[in-house]
Design a protein around this ligand. Sequence first.
Ligand code: G1P
Length: 294
Amino acid sequence: MTKRVRTAVIPAAGLGTRFLPATKSQPKEMLTVVDRPAIQWVVEEAVAAGIDDVLIITSPTKKGVEDHFDRMTELETLLEAKGKVEMLQSVRQITEMATFHFTRQGAPFGLGHAVSMAARHVRDEPFAVLLPDELLPDGGATLRRMIEECEESGSSVISLFEVDGPEISNYGCAGFSSRDGDVVEIDQIVEKPAYENAPSNLKVTGRYVFTPDIFDKLDVTEPGKGGEIQLTDAMAMLIGDPGLRGLVIKDAGYDAGQKLDWLRANVELSLDDPVVGSQVADMIREIMQGRGLS
Ligand code: G1P
């Protein structure tokens, strides 16, 4: 029985060039999805899965991310004075849902390097990593299952999703030796393989639960694809001892780092919103009819 997973590490140091010009002077993680920044959705997912400690890996251009999870007493006092109870609650809830820590990556040496920055904070405990480009609004269900699987088996656990054809070359890709329901024992993992060399059609989706062994592996990981320290290369060293498992999920949520999927997240999640959902549905119908599309 391993220790309990308490901490989520969120690497948020990337430049966000895919979203220029929107991300010229604001962090991509702060782009709005319905009514809150994308990164807040990801933190809420981690909290729903039982996590209460969040370490965000940032860079000098990400002050907006740090401010978002910090208290803003002036605003709170103003909302309190005006009796705006719900707004005040929504602002306070951001800082109260977990304990937040920030550390800077220092240099853009890749995702593996970003995760290695968490070593001093996490020490000898298992922990989760959530990539904030990926939104998985499932109330923390996937992450919770991954945490249980890690705590029971002592293996690191990552989420995997089946993709069609050459799309696999844009992602980490895992092959497996055995399967029990939706859990696979991974025996190969490669970062962005050529389609013809991909060990399977299972992509790595951006949710990971690691035993602290990953830090020793990251320490000895040489620069890989793109000259960066790849998390995938360090994960390959976990195979067999102490083990790397995959949870094959049926819905990978949204890749909010891609324009079209970000727009889709906004449309679908606003349709799910209890306050504006039905108005959004009416609006979409009206737009479609107005354009002769339905
Ligand atoms: C990163 C990981 C990759 C993973 C992907 C998920 O790639 O390196 O293994 O499949 O996230 O979104 P990136 O999107 O940073 O190129």
